[in-house]
Design a protein around this ligand. Structure first.
Ligand SMILES: NC(=O)c1ccc[n+]([C@@H]2O[C@H](COP(=O)([O-])OP(=O)(O)OC[C@H]3O[C@@H](n4cnc5c(N)ncnc54)[C@H](O)[C@@H]3O)[C@@H](O)[C@H]2O)c1
Length: 348
């Protein structure tokens, strides 16, 4: 049984998140499409093959190397050229099959090809299923800046198929687990957060219900604030610290995934919240839960070294950084602080 969640912008359905049991189930939704072009991650070739076998309108496909280095304008141009060579018209539907790198790249390429054709996502990582492939943020890295060039255009569909995660390496799975937990720290209906900790710690296979619940939270936030004018900022919980941690990791040649940085960043956000009296005891709770799940909990860099990177964070405006702080599981608030004020609170 498929489950559908609509993303509604200004009263109109802008896209849908569809929960599917099998990858071939997506064919039902795109069977009338005359021109489908598949952009897929080489490491998700088996999923792309199932999509291509099931969808009748596939006219072409291109494999990409899904790395942050290749998440670039060069790859966007490669995709655009392959669309052109395959004769893609303005009726084309680009189908992205892969993790967040692939869906960001393919969505951006589709959104500028012939001034924009539609795209849909088949996310193949947990992170993309609950976050990256929902909400329409697309783009590429430029110079040393992550996601510096891009547009916000909603995908027609995001197909969430539990089956697609079958071959995802454990570390990439855990990276997505951090974003899943983040979602439920922001909104926690039906005790989803505690259930997610239990699911992730137990190593059971079937998490489709929780994945779709997290996808629904993101879809709801995006519907209310598609262009990040306000509420959508709360999805940045842990990310101000995470971006600084990722920056330090790059400087030091350390290997830290985005989700690992987000996990450590959320713990720092909880520590800041506890220090400012926004929350009580949350740092200890998140530390215990994340450790149980197998996520790293201790930031390897001194707080002072994170400060410079945070100052440069693109979310800093007029010297103030928008910190998203958890009040409790299921509720976050925004506090605008200078980096110096945050550091002082964290080190007292
Ligand atoms: N657009 C947004 O709103 C948004 C939100 C969060 C993150 N992002 C972006 O998403 C990217 C990270 O995405 P990600 O974590 O999904 O990672 P990813 O796309 O880098 O994939 C992670 C790794 O898993 C491999 N892989 C993917 N699916 C697989 C499968 N089913 N089996 C085996 N291997 C598989 C990939 O080849 C890659 O090596 C970043 O570039 C980030 O900027 C975007």
């Amino acid at each position: 049984m498929e489950q559908e969640i609509a993303i509604t912008i200004d009263g109109k359905v802008a896209g849908r998140v569809v929960g599917c049991e099998r990858i071939s189930d997506i064919a039902r939704f795109v069977s009338e499409e005359p021109e489908v072009f598949v952009v897929y991650d080489e490491n998700a070739t088996w999923i792309a093959s199932e999509v291509i076998a099931a969808v009748p309108g596939v006219r072409g496909s291109i494999a990409i190397d899904a790395t942050e280095e290749e998440k670039s304008m060069d790859t966007v141009l490669l995709i655009a050229r392959s669309l052109l060579e395959a004769g893609a018209s303005r009726k084309a539907l680009v189908l992205a099959v892969g993790g967040g790198i692939t869906t960001d790249l393919a969505g951006f390429a589709a959104s500028i090809y012939k001034r924009g054709v539609r795209y849909a996502n088949v996310p193949t990582t947990l992170l993309a299923q609950v976050d990256a492939a929902i909400g329409g943020k697309t783009g590429v890295n430029f110079d040393d800046y992550k996601n510096m060039l891009g547009v916000i255009v909603q995908p027609l569909y995001t197909f969430v198929c539990a089956d697609a995660l079958r071959t995802l390496p454990r570390r990439d799975f855990l990276s997505g687990a951090a974003e899943l937990l983040k979602t439920f720290i922001i909104e926690n209906e039906d005790d989803h957060y505690a259930r997610a900790v239990q699911w992730l710690a137990s190593g059971n296979a079937d998490g489709q219900e929780l994945i779709l619940a997290a996808a629904a939270v993101k879809a709801g936030v995006v519907s209310r604030d598609p262009f990040e004018a306000g509420e959508r900022r709360k999805l940045n919980l842990g990310h101000t610290f995470a971006h600084a941690i990722e920056h330090e990791a790059r400087q030091n040649g350390d290997d830290i995934t985005h989700g690992e940085a987000v996990a450590m960043g959320m713990i720092l956000a909880a520590r800041l919240g506890d220090a400012l009296g926004v929350s009580a005891g949350l740092e200890a709770r998140l530390t215990a839960d994340f450790a149980a799940v197998g996520l790293p909990v201790q930031c390897p860099y001194p707080l002072e070294t994170l400060a410079g990177a945070m100052d440069k964070d693109k979310k800093a405006e007029e010297g103030l950084v928008h910190f998203i702080l958890p009040e409790r599981i299921g509720s976050v608030i925004q506090r605008d602080l200078t980096v110096a004020e945050a550091l002082k609170a964290l080190t007292i």
